[in-house]
Design a protein around this ligand. Structure first.
Ligand code: 5GP
Ligand code: MN
Length: 322
């Protein structure tokens, strides 16, 4: 019996939490967990709290039952945290984590130091959905749960392209496909589909991107006024950094958007050499070796300069090793 199964066996109320600004893996793993917990212990009190989840994921079972406003007074017996690398990234719902009788964290972030009572962290796994799959009883995974897990795997692997994709990822994806999920629709509608405005802001970001370090690095920035001009918010900026990463000659891509005056949310991606999770962690963020993020303050120039110092250090070490 897995650790998660063991904790669910006790019965009692369950709260499920993910990270702030939920993405596909966060929404997918949390909804898979939500549906599974309700199926395993029918009649038990199960709640899923997340900040608003993009509407493109509304086909996932349980989407309409996600709570975004804190309503609970009584502590939960069990808190399950998914895809969240540290206590702070639980956002306002961290209060439920603090008060819960028991807690378990299921995650794949290399920067996760194990903040719950029980921690199932596999930094080699493609996604939290992949880690969660290993904690569930296969015979209890139905088509709805399979769609949730598959969605998370698709998003965190960039449709099975990123280096975090393994043979095991593909084996699990194959088993989920065999459940009859509409995988082409999941991939097209949630990963590739962009609104007209999302496409426009992507175009703007690419057009204004700047290469440095002989084209090995690239960055672009979207200011608050740009978002207002196009009528988009931060959820419309997904995929910009991945587009920068695939530009020929680029090893490390930086995308940043302004959240407040002189405050930027930074996303980094690398191809083969730079450990961006190390850089993000240095600046108080986290993530994975090839995909990480943090929040930084200062002018755009300051932020890029501070990041490039670390990138340059890593690249020159790599160059020396060749
Ligand atoms: P993205 O660039 O797509 O926002 O995030 C890439 C990866 O880095 C994700 O796994 C995400 O969870 C992680 N990440 C992004 N921003 C932060 C942050 O501010 N703190 C931490 N701990 N992780 C982050
Ligand atoms: Mn993830």
């Amino acid at each position: 019996m897995t650790k998660l199964e063991e904790m669910l066996e006790h019965g009692g109320s369950v709260v499920i939490l993910g990270h702030v600004n939920p993405d596909g893996d966060c929404a997918g793993s949390c909804l898979a967990m939500y549906n599974y917990a309700k199926k395993k212990n029918p009649g038990t009190y199960v709640r899923l709290y997340l900040q608003p989840v993009p509407g493109k994921f509304s086909y996932l079972k349980g989407y309409d039952e996600i709570q975004s406003e804190m309503q609970e007074e009584n502590p939960f017996d069990l808190c399950i945290c998914l895809d969240c690398s540290d206590r702070e990234r639980l956002g306002q719902f961290g209060e439920y984590f603090d008060k819960a009788g028991q807690s378990i964290c299921i995650d794949h972030h290399i920067t996760n130091q194990g903040y719950a009572q029980a921690n199932v962290i596999d930094a080699q796994a493609s996604s939290s959905c992949e880690v969660l799959y290993g904690q569930l009883r296969p015979d209890m995974i139905d088509k709805d749960i399979a769609a949730c897990l598959y969605t998370g795997m698709v998003h965190d692997t960039g449709v099975f392209r990123y280096s975090c994709t393994s043979a095991r990822t593909m084996e699990i994806a194959g088993r989920l496909m065999a459940m009859g999920i509409d995988f082409t629709k999941i991939i097209d509608d949630t990963f590739f589909r962009k609104t007209y405005l999302q496409s426009q802001i992507l175009g703007r970001a690419l057009m204004e991107s700047i290469r440095f370090m002989d084209g090995r690095c690239i960055f672009t920035v979207i200011k608050k006024q740009d978002m207002a001009f196009y009528g988009v918010d931060n959820k419309d900026l997904d995929g910009i950094v991945d587009q920068l990463r695939t530009i020929e000659g680029v090893e490390c891509a930086i995308f940043m958007y302004e959240t407040d005056p002189h405050i930027y949310k930074v996303s980094m991606r690398s191809n083969d050499l730079v450990n961006v999770s190390k850089i993000a962690a240095y600046f108080g963020g986290g993530g994975h070796v090839r995909a990480a993020g943090c929040t930084m303050s200062g002018s755009v120039h300051d932020v890029v300069n501070n990041l490039s110092e670390h990138i340059e250090k890593q690249l020159s070490l790599e160059d020396a090793n060749v």
